[in-house]
Structure formats: C-alpha cells, structure tokens
Design a protein. Structure first.
Length: 239
C-alpha cells in the first residue's frame, strides 16, 4: 500500500494535468492505426515540448525504445491506470439549465470512463424532466442518490449563488471530487478536490492575447518595439 501511495505522490500536479492531453493524443493515434509514436510526434500532438513529455512519461516508468518510440497501446494502458480510468466513475450532475442540458447530452463522458448516473436540480419545473435514460430529481434527494448510485464525482452547473450550497451538500453526502462550472470559488474541507472550469475567465485570457497582438501590430508596422502597459507590466508565458 505504501508503494502505491508513494507512486502517486511522486507525480506533480503539472504532470497529472498533462496526462489527459497525452491520452487524448494517443487515442487519436490509435484510431489512425499507429502502433508506435516518437516522443517528438506525441509532444507535438499534445502541445508540449518533447523534453517535458519524456520527463513526464519517465515518471510512469515509460521510456520508449530508441529508434522506435513509444508503444501506443501500452502507454494508453499506463496512463489510464495512473488516472484511475480502469474503472467506471459515476457522476452526479447538479443544475440542469442550458449548460447542464449540454453536459448531460455529451456522449464523450462514457467513452472516457465516466457515467452520468444522476441529474438533480432545485427548480420544481425541472424536476421530473426526462433526459435520455435519466429523470431529473430534486437536489434534496442528493444523499440518497450518492449512496444508491455510488457517486464518485459531483459536477456543479448551477448559478454562482447556489454553487457553495450544492458543494456543501455534496461533501456532506460523502463526495470528495467536484467539478465546478459555476463562476465562483468554492470553500471545501481538506481532502476534497475541486476543479474549476470558468468559461468567462478563459475568454478573458484569450482577450488579453488579442489585445496584446492588436497593440503590437501598429508598432511592428512602424518599426517600433511592442507597446508596454507600463513599468513592470507582466509578461505571460504559456507552458
């Protein structure tokens, strides 16, 4: 048991965050009929440097073969093992508005090892609605649903004002992994993992890059250095 714990503790958060990118690229390579892949080709497909990729994969005990590269099927198996994808994870989706409807209908979850097993909402108008094979239940039923459906992950797609209460309910019901789409920061106890997906923030970051390009283009045409936002202006470096 200690060896298993040490195995996972040795992986940095940055490495873990890149593993799904490698896995996605590997699945695409497998679908295209590739049995092996070089570190350079896999790195390009994953959007990282080959040095970073080789370092990440070496932590999984995968070093590839000189002149051949990595065995695609074996590397998929190794990454899926580390990410815990060898067993299906049941998911409860709370908040069945426009985003919730889209998430509930996304077929990609099942192919990646996740099953949306329960849909819940606080709006009486939503409760009882049928989406695919599931019926929307009231959020008050969450403790029962977590137990009967063996929910491992809770997905919050509610308005920001309701998200913290939903997170509290998930934690009280025993859920320790939460994916939060609400545009807010959640407060959870130690031992509960939260991943935030704020689409507005991602758009704002893209807006920054657009703004920087717009300011650089006139200066470039005039033969001047790019405009700065003033002394000490931050320089954004993409990993």
């Amino acid at each position: 048991m200690d060896g298993v714990v040490a195995e996972f503790r040795a992986l940095s958060e940055a490495t873990v965050a890149r593993l799904p990118e490698y896995l996605r690229a590997l699945h695409m390579l497998a679908q295209a009929g590739h049995d092996t892949v070089s570190s350079e080709a896999l790195a390009n497909a994953s959007g990282v440097t080959s040095a970073k990729l080789r370092k990440d994969l070496s932590q999984l005990g995968s070093y590839g073969t000189r002149g051949v590269g990595y065995d695609v099927a074996l590397l998929v198996e190794q990454i899926e093992h580390v990410l815990g994808l060898t067993k299906r994870r049941n998911v409860a989706l709370i908040g069945i508005g426009n985003l919730g409807h889209a998430l509930a209908g996304y077929a990609g979850f099942a192919s990646r090892g996740f099953r949306i097993s329960a849909l819940l909402d606080a709006d009486p108008a939503r409760v009882g609605e049928r989406l695919g094979e599931l019926t929307v239940r009231h959020v008050d039923d969450l403790p029962e649903v977590v137990g009967t459906e063996r929910i491992a992950i809770g997905v919050i797609a509610t308005p920001a004002g309701a998200a913290q209460e939903v997170a509290n309910r998930l934690v009280a019901a025993g859920v320790r992994s939460i994916l939060n789409f609400a545009p807010c920061v959640l407060t959870v106890p130690e031992g509960v993992e939260v991943r935030n997906v704020d689409l507005a923030i991602e758009l704002q970051i893209l807006s920054f890059h657009e703004h920087r390009r717009e300011r650089a283009e006139p200066a470039s045409r005039a033969g001047l250095p790019p405009a700065s936002d003033g002394p000490g202006a931050p320089r954004v470096v993409r990993s």
